[in-house]
Write a protein that binds this ligand. Sequence first.
Ligand code: BDR
Ligand code: CA
Length: 306
Amino acid sequence: PRKIVIDCDPGIDDALAIVLAHGSPDLEILGITTVGGNVDLAGTTDNALRLREFLGFADVPITAGSAGALLRPRVNAAEVHGASGLGDALLPPATLPVTGGHAVDFIIETLRADPGEVTLVAIGPLTNVALAVLKEPRIVDWARGLTILGGSYTRGNFSPAAEFNIAADPEAAAIVFGAGWTVTMIGLDVSRGAVTTEAVADRMRAMGRLGSDLLIPCVEFYGVITADGGPAIHDACAIAYLIDPSLITVEPAVVDVETAGRFTSGMTVTDFRLGDRTPNALVGTSLDAGRFWDLLLATYAQVART
Ligand code: BDR
Ligand code: CA
């Protein structure tokens, strides 16, 4: 299996992404690191700890990281994810502790220990990843890759131009995109297609406690579910791409992060016209939603059985 470290801010769709990663035989989670984002750091860390015990992967370390952006006031998305960050899900309190140390050091040491083998997947604001790059620039070479859920070349969700994870810490995102590696950017352009319809929710309802205690109270809080519409579970797209890259088409581009715009702060300015420039990103441009849901629901059903 492909070894991954998940940097996240659970977060409803982060939780659904973690279930997918945990259940996939093609991925091995070496650690989960948390960042302030959808809710504050204490909340995202507590949610990660609760998810770990609910899902039963006690051996995976969880390490807390940055509470807020490098240079900006904190933002959150509690109106989207609920005060706890997990919608109406009420998972039992965790009994096992967070691993000591800082997420930035966990990321650096995990990549250092296994050069070329570990993929970093970031599904929250990029504060921890940026700090890791600044503290140890060689992680850019040690990482097998960096895949993010974030950004957009079409429309925003935090603002007209900006996606939440980038808008929450544009300076961090600019550091990450400028670090010299090729960032796989799965953005809203793709993830808005990962829509939880009534048919999907019905399948989740048949998944025992996984459905009743986690999936359903998350997705029903996240948006209105209809026959052909519903909330998009963005973060799961980044994990799905690592399991099966054929689910998402990616195209090389030069991506710059706007940090100064009056209307466009946090925008990922995406130039597919490479000319003689070296791309710094592979940008997701389309999702095979049917096969995406086949993968998710099959994996979730497997988790529900164990
Ligand atoms: C991203 O923002 C967060 O609210 C979600 O968890 C996801 O990572 C989507 O824009
Ligand atoms: Ca997230």
